[in-house]
Design a protein around this ligand. Structure first.
Ligand code: MEV
Length: 305
């Protein structure tokens, strides 16, 4: 049996804007999805969503990953089991992580010789098929790890501060949210395009601030980014509750991460404030996760026979 894992991610800047070619900064976090694979007579996929055969309704990403590997090698059957630290539909990149970890595990099981670049590329293709429109950000960051500026694929230094996530526990559909922004943009291009371009500008400015470890200035810009995400319609009252709970308890900043609509916020803070911020998020009805960014993308966890 072979096990590979891939990390989830948080956006410091630029979700949604990156779909239109603007810059974004996204970092891998130490919350991982593990995929175990072994050869089998049939295809069996097991996860917290249930046990199925190839099934594009229940397990669309994994089903497409198996199809992709089938196009490269003689794959007849496989048993694939998914375990994840990442809540599904929460904006933390659970779909990218399961796609990347599945492709890499199958790549090792069948000796397909795919490079990490190939894994990232194929995972992006699968997200495009399933979601209709997706930037390469989530799949690239999950494959390569680290703090990455997209679409330039430029690695930046890791943040030296804790990352606190607040989960509203409300499911959000990336496909639907990306579609809503597209509709708003086609109705009011002269209003929405400058907002997206402003978000891209913030990512460009933040690049230098991350290199200088200037977390106060990064935080000011992340808070501005939050306001602009709300302006393009991806906020919610629950997300704002968690944003203000975190900010009022000492977070340097707090904003939506990912598609929004529900899902999660991300806050950065000094070490001494993390526990208080986590408690404030829980008191406001969210689930708090204290984590950190990581340089490690997809990795082989174990290889037994
Ligand atoms: C979703 O994690 C991030 C979005 O920007 C969509 C994408 O980049 O594909 C909303």
């Amino acid at each position: 049996m072979i096990t590979c894992s891939a990390p989830g991610k948080v956006y410091l800047f630029g979700e949604h804007a990156v779909v239109y070619g603007e810059s974004a900064i996204c970092c891998a976090v130490e919350l991982r999805t593990r995929v175990h694979v072994e050869k089998n007579d049939d295809v069996i996929i097991e996860s917290s969503l249930g046990t199925t055969g190839p099934d594009i309704k229940v397990h669309p990403y994994v089903t497409h990953a198996i199809e992709m590997i089938k196009s490269l090698t003689d794959l007849k059957g496989v048993r694939l089991k998914i375990e994840s630290d990442l809540p599904v539909g929460s904006g933390l990149g659970s779909s990218a992580a399961v796609t990347v970890a599945s492709i890499q595990a199958l790549n090792h099981l069948y000796n397909c010789g795919l490079s990490r670049e190939d894994v990232a590329k194929n995972a992006h293709k699968i997200e495009m098929i399933v979601q209709g429109n997706a930037s390469a950000t989530d799949t690239y960051v999950s494959t390569m790890g680290g703090v990455v500026m997209m679409p330039q694929r430029k690695k930046l230094p890791l943040l030296k501060c804790p990352v606190i996530i607040g989960n509203t526990k409300e499911f959000s559909s990336t496909k639907e949210l990306v579609g809503n922004v597209a509709n708003l943009r086609s109705e009011f291009p002269s209003v929405i395009d400058p907002i997206l371009s402003n978000i891209g500008q913030m990512s460009m400015l933040a690049e230098g601030l991350i290199i200088k470890n200037d977390y106060m200035a990064i935080g000011k810009l992340m808070n501005v980014n939050q306001g602009l995400l709300d302006a393009i319609g991806v906020g919610s009252s629950k997300l704002w509750d968690l944003v203000y709970a975190a900010r009022n308890c000492g977070a340097i900043c707090a904003k939506i991460t990912g598609a929004g609509g529900g899902g999660c916020i991300v806050a950065i803070a000094e070490h001494k404030d993390t526990k208080g911020i986590a408690k404030a998020i829980e008191d406001a009805g969210g689930e708090a996760i204290i984590t950190k960014n990581t340089e490690e993308g997809v990795r082989l966890e174990s290889f037994n026979g």
